[in-house]
Design a protein around this ligand. Structure first.
Ligand SMILES: Cc1ncc(COP(=O)(O)O)c(C=O)c1O
Length: 387
C-alpha cells in the first residue's frame, strides 16, 4: 500500500462517504422553523433551507403530521397500483398551474431528465423524427445525470464524464439562444432565475423571444422550476410572473419540504407521449412523498402566503443592498456579490448564520419561505459583523 493510499483509507475510515461534497465540517442534528442546531445545541439561523428545499421551515407540524400519518398507513406500493394521494396531488398541481398531467419522480435532476425525454418522445410521436436537438442557456443548471448534464454547460461538471448526450446545444452567449432554436429542435430548457449560475434572472424580453422561437419552429418549451417553483419567487410558478407558458415544467426541491419528490407537469398534447413502458421509476409518486407534497402545496398556494413571500423578499433585497453589492433575484431567491464567497459563508457560519456560495463571488439567500422581518433583521445584524 502506498502512502497516499493509506491516507485516503484513513480518511474513509473516519468518514466513509465519497468526497464529491468535499467533507463538510458542520454536523447538524435538529431543525425547528428557521433554525438548525448542531450536536452541542448551537443554533444557526438558516438562510439555505437545505438549498431552497424546506420552504415551510424545518420540521413543520403539518408536513410532519402528514408524513407520520402516511407512514402508519402505507409507505410504498409502486406505480403498479393506484394511490389516492397521487391523484389528489396531480389534480391540485394541475388546477393551480393550468397543466393537464403529472409525472412523479424523486429529484430535480430526474424531473429534468424525464422532461427532456418527454420532449423528444412527443416530437417523435407527432411524426417529427428529426426534431431531436435540445437547446439550453449558458449559465443554466439542470442536474447531474447524463441528459441533465448535457444541457448544463459548465466545463468543471463535465470533466471526466464525456462523451455526453449528442445533439445538445448551448450557445456561448445567452442572446444566441433564440437563433439556436430551429426546425430540428425538440425543446429548449430554461431557468427563469439561474440559481446555481449565481441567482441571475434571465431578461424577460429574451424569455419571450425564446418562447416565440419555440412556437415558430414547433420546439417545446421546458421551464425548469426545480428551484424557482412552489412559491420561492413569490408566485406559485415563476413562469406566471415571467408571462410565458411552457409546454413542460419541472418541479422538485420545495415540493416536499425535505422529503425527496419531483414532478413534471405537461400540457395534454405533450403529456400523451409517455405511453405505458416508455418511462418510469420505482419510487416516484411514493405515498409519503405525496402526503408531504400535499401539505406543502396546500399552505404555499394560499394567496396570503405568496404575498408574504413577495413582501419579505422585497424587504430582504432592500436590506441586503445596504450591506452588499449587486443584489439580484426574485422573491426569496436572492444573490449578492462578495469578494470571496467561500470565505464569506465560513464567516457567516461563525456568526451563527447559514448561507450558500454559488460560484467564487456570489452568496445565495434561499431561506424557508416562512422567514419573518425579524429573521431578516437578525440576519443583517449578524452579517454586518463580517469583515
Ligand atoms: C434549477 C435546478 N434544476 C435542477 C436541479 C437538480 O436538482 P436535484 O439536485 O434535486 O437533482 C437543481 C439543483 O440545484 C436546480 O437548481
Amino acid at each position: 500500500m502506498t502512502e497516499s493510499t493509506t491516507d485516503y483509507k484513513k480518511e474513509m475510515n473516519s468518514y466513509p462517504l465519497m468526497n464529491n461534497y468535499g467533507y463538510p465540517k458542520l454536523e447538524l442534528v435538529r431543525g425547528d422553523g428557521m433554525y438548525l442546531y448542531d450536536s452541542k445545541g448551537n443554533g444557526y439561523l438558516d438562510f439555505t433551507a437545505g438549498i431552497a428545499v424546506c420552504s415551510l421551515g424545518h420540521v413543520h407540524p403539518a408536513v410532519t403530521d402528514a408524513i407520520v400519518k402516511q407512514a402508519q398507513t402505507l409507505v410504498h406500493s409502486s406505480n403498479l397500483f393506484r394511490h389516492p394521494l397521487r391523484t389528489e396531488l396531480a389534480e391540485r398541481l394541475c388546477s393551480l398551474t393550468g397543466f393537464d398531467a403529472a409525472f412523479y419522480c424523486n429529484t430535480g435532476t430526474e424531473a429534468n431528465e424525464a422532461a427532456l425525454k418527454l420532449a423528444r418522445r412527443a416530437q417523435w410521436q407527432h411524426g417529427h423524427k428529426d426534431k431531436t436537438k435540445l437547446v439550453s442557456l449558458p449559465g443554466g443548471f439542470h442536474g447531474r445525470t447524463m441528459g441533465a448534464l448535457s444541457v448544463t454547460k459548465k466545463p468543471q461538471y463535465h470533466e471526466g464524464f464525456t462523451p455526453l448526450v449528442p445533439n445538445c446545444e448551448t450557445p456561448s452567449e445567452i442572446e444566441g439562444v433564440p437563433d439556436a432554436i430551429d426546425d430540428k429542435t425538440a425543446a429548449c430548457i430554461v431557468e427563469i432565475v439561474q440559481g446555481e449560475g449565481g441567482v441571475h434572472p434571465v431578461d424577460p424580453g429574451l424569455l419571450r423571444e425564446i418562447e416565440r422561437r419555440c412556437r415558430a419552429t414547433g420546439a417545446l418549451l421546458i421551464v425548469d422550476e426545480v428551484q424557482t417553483g412552489i412559491g420561492r419567487t413569490g408566485s406559485f410558478l415563476c413562469s406566471e410572473q415571467a408571462g410565458i407558458k411552457p409546454d413542460i415544467v419541472t418541479l422538485a426541491k420545495g415540493l416536499g419540504n425535505g422529503i425527496p419528490v419531483g414532478a413534471v407537469l405537461a400540457t395534454g398534447e405533450t403529456a400523451r407521449a409517455f405511453t405505458p413502458g416508455s418511462h418510469g421509476t420505482t419510487f416516484g409518486g411514493n405515498p409519503i412523498a405525496m402526503a408531504a407534497a400535499l401539505a406543502v402545496v396546500d399552505t404555499v398556494a394560499q394567496p396570503d402566503f405568496l404575498e408574504h413571500v413577495q413582501r419579505i423578499g422585497a424587504y430582504l433585497k432592500q436590506q441586503l443592498e445596504q450591506i452588499g453589492r449587486n443584489v439580484t433575484g426574485l422573491g426569496l431567491m436572492l444573490g449578492m456579490t462578495v469578494d470571496d464567497a467561500a470565505d464569506y459563508v465560513a464567516k457567516a457560519q461563525s456568526e451563527g448564520v447559514l448561507v450558500t456560495a454559488v460560484g467564487k463571488d456570489r452568496v445565495r439567500f434561499v431561506p424557508p419561505l416562512i422567514a419573518s422581518q425579524r429573521d431578516v433583521d437578525e440576519l443583517i445584524q449578524r452579517l454586518s459583523r463580517i469583515r
